[in-house]
Design a binder for this molecule. Structure first.
Ligand SMILES: Nc1ncnc2c1ncn2[C@@H]1O[C@H](COP(=O)(O)OP(=O)(O)OP(=O)(O)O)[C@@H](O)[C@H]1O
Length: 411
């Protein structure tokens, strides 16, 4: 159990950590997230007794880490620093063996019965065995990062502190490393890791601590911490938070700032991925964009959600019910311009197109000619034909211009 109480750290005359308090239970995997310079490394260094705080305490199972003799502290906490460069030229296996230092006597060439096994196990779990006999100066940056993790594992501590453990790793090893760290936590280790990739952090960690300007802005399960408001405050970034469609984990997408100069509301009718790009382009241009109705599972709906747009969702592959129809009518009523994407004119879209009739300013995207589309019967064809006649028909590359003109005509 780690208990951090009112931690203050000043560096170079600046308050880097300001009254930081938190409590971490055994076997938890906690992700430390926050912008550059927030104080993540400093917090890890203070918890790992690498740095003495100016005020406050860090207790491990009730004992102050800063009062423990260094060997005792090293048997409790292992740290993998951000900078893994080593200034000596040992073989990888010897570097990993250094993790056993806290268990070796300085006076006798004494025995560390668990040592060999711990070293082999650490090499095995970090997949560094294959280059164990190579010099540490002859491995890549990412391989070295795994070696330093192996050294920390060989240290066999109940607490593991990792400062950006995946920073120089390829995508495969990022996942493998975090899977390993997850396993270690499930086996009972308490892990705190500074992680820049919010989505990896959300997927693997039990809890997140969001640090900003040396203070904890939020802590708790990923869905509580990674909110649009918290991300805006901590990172000064526009981001939308959704659920990853495959893993179900909280998923953050950082967006470019809205262009800002385009004003007005645009409603988009699409489906089957025909308007995903369009939703993005209109939204980034600055418009308030809404979409729908779209079937659950439709990639256009996923995009709308990722972009944080107003959308109407319905059961997939079924006609749009009266409630959804009303919602669509309301969005179209509020919009200055309605855009019909290059989508199917099938049963699914029929009610949307009927609602679009009410729009005073219609832009119709036609990458495929009228005749080549699929229609759900003659009535659908007629309805669509009527909309085409009333609207401005453009290719998908010209939509932004067409929307701007329609806005001007319909202020
Ligand atoms: N030795 C030092 N002297 C003065 N200021 C320092 C020192 N070490 C760190 N800082 C400052 O303390 C702040 C916090 O640094 P820290 O490394 O803890 O941030 P971080 O959240 O880990 O950042 P990053 O994501 O960039 O690694 C930064 O503004 C940094 O410039």
């Amino acid at each position: 159990m780690i208990d951090v109480r009112d931690l203050d750290v000043e560096l170079g005359g600046m308050a880097v950590l300001d009254a930081v308090s938190t409590h971490i239970d055994e076997g938890r995997f906690v992700g430390l997230v926050g912008p550059n310079g927030a104080g993540k490394s400093t917090m890890l260094r203070a918890i790992g007794a690498v740095l003495k705080p100016d005020a406050g305490t860090v207790s491990l199972d009730g004992e102050s880490v800063h009062d423990l003799p260094s060997r005792a502290a090293s048997r409790r906490v292992a740290t993998v620093p951000q900078d893994t460069s080593l200034s000596f030229d040992f073989d990888v296996r010897d570097v990993v063996a250094m993790g056993r230092t806290p268990y070796r006597s300085r006076f006798r060439s004494s025995v560390d019965p668990a040592g060999e096994e711990a070293i082999e196990r650490a090499l095995d779990r970090t997949e560094t065995e294959e280059f164990a006999d190579r010099s540490i100066s002859a491995v890549s940056g990412g391989e070295r990062q795994r070696v330093v993790l192996a050294r920390a594992l060989a240290q066999d501590t109940p607490i593991l502190l990792l400062d950006e453990p995946t920073a120089s790793l390829d995508i495969n090893h990022q996942i493998r490393t975090l899977e390993l760290v997850r396993e270690l936590a499930d086996e009972g280790k308490t892990v705190i890791a500074a992680i820049h990739d919010l989505n990896l952090a959300a997927h693997y960690c039990d809890e997140l601590l969001l640090l900003s300007g040396g203070r904890i802005l939020e802590s708790g399960p990923p869905e509580r911490v990674l909110t649009e408001a918290n991300l805006a405050e901590a990172f000064d970034a526009r981001a939308v938070v959704s659920r990853h469609p495959v893993t179900g984990a909280v998923y953050v997408t950082a967006l470019p700032e809205r262009g800002g100069d385009r004003e007005g509301r645009v409603h988009v009718i699409g489906g089957g991925g025909t308007v995903s790009r369009l939703l993005y382009v209109l939204s980034v241009a600055g418009y308030e964009v809404s979409a729908g109705a779209l079937g659950e599972g439709d990639s256009d709906l996923e995009t709308a959600r990722l972009l944080g747009l107003d959308s109407v969702a319905v059961e997939p592959f079924s006609p749009i019910g009266s409630e959804a129809r009303e919602a669509v009518a309301e969005l179209i009523g509020a919009a200055d311009v309605t855009v019909i994407g290059d989508c199917e004119v099938g049963t699914g879209n029929l009610a949307n197109l009927e609602c679009a009739r009410a729009s005073d300013a219609l832009v119709v995207v036609e990458d495929r000619p009228f005749a080549e589309r699929n229609y759900a019967g003659e009535a659908a064809r007629e309805l669509y034909g009527a909309l085409v006649e009333r609207g401005t028909v453009v290719g998908s590359g010209e939509v932004l211009g067409a929307v701007a003109s329609a806005m001007e005509r319909n202020p």
